[in-house]
Design a protein around this ligand. Sequence first.
Ligand code: FES
Length: 247
Amino acid sequence: MSNRIVELEILRYNPETDEEPKFQTFSVPCAEDWVVLDAINYIKDELDRTLSYRWSCHMAVCGSCGMMINGEPMLSCKSFLRDLPDRIRVEPLTNFPIERDLVVVMDDFMDKLDSVKPFLIPREEKTVDEGEFLQTPAQLSKFKQYTLCINCTLCYAACPQYAHNEGFVGPAALALAHRYNLDSRDVGRSARADVVASNAGIWECSFVGACSEVCPHGVDPAAAIQQTKIASSVDYFRDMLIPGRRS
Ligand code: FES
């Protein structure tokens, strides 16, 4: 443990007793190599056992520890205290309702994720005995980047479109739809188009790019959405030239 004391201002909210959220400050003695999540765990273990927040892996894999740290959406398990000032403001991810303290309600995101059919839709089903759907390394490389999403929803907290239009399908869900649309084993592009190519889908994105800036795994959802816009436009003109080609 170093001699450094960090002041953590944490937004607290208990819907059963509080009229509105308010900040509570904790002084935390920190080790050199701690991340913000370690400091929050210290508060939970030593100072206030009622503090609520989500985390699981502590290694930027599970995607559950997203928070606003000094106003930026970040994974608290990937945010080193040595890179932050002595006073740190920690809030729940913005653009989501607060369930309690740093825990947000994820229902809207889960519904949107579900709506883009984020799974392989093969041309024909196969039994396990019939083997895998094979793919070459070149085919995999077309979409591999988009498989790295951990559903942390930092991109939704950063997205100005989602902030103003809660109907927007949003960055992670659209990037995941693109991931499956690019997969050589998948034929579900038309089935996803009703949601993906709707006004609430790709066309709502104004390409600010904040989603890609905060993504902890470099998924680049902004690029996925722009690529989908191009593919969707090509579909539109092809459908005009060859009516019924996809039926
Ligand atoms: S605890 Fe799993 S991503 Fe941070």
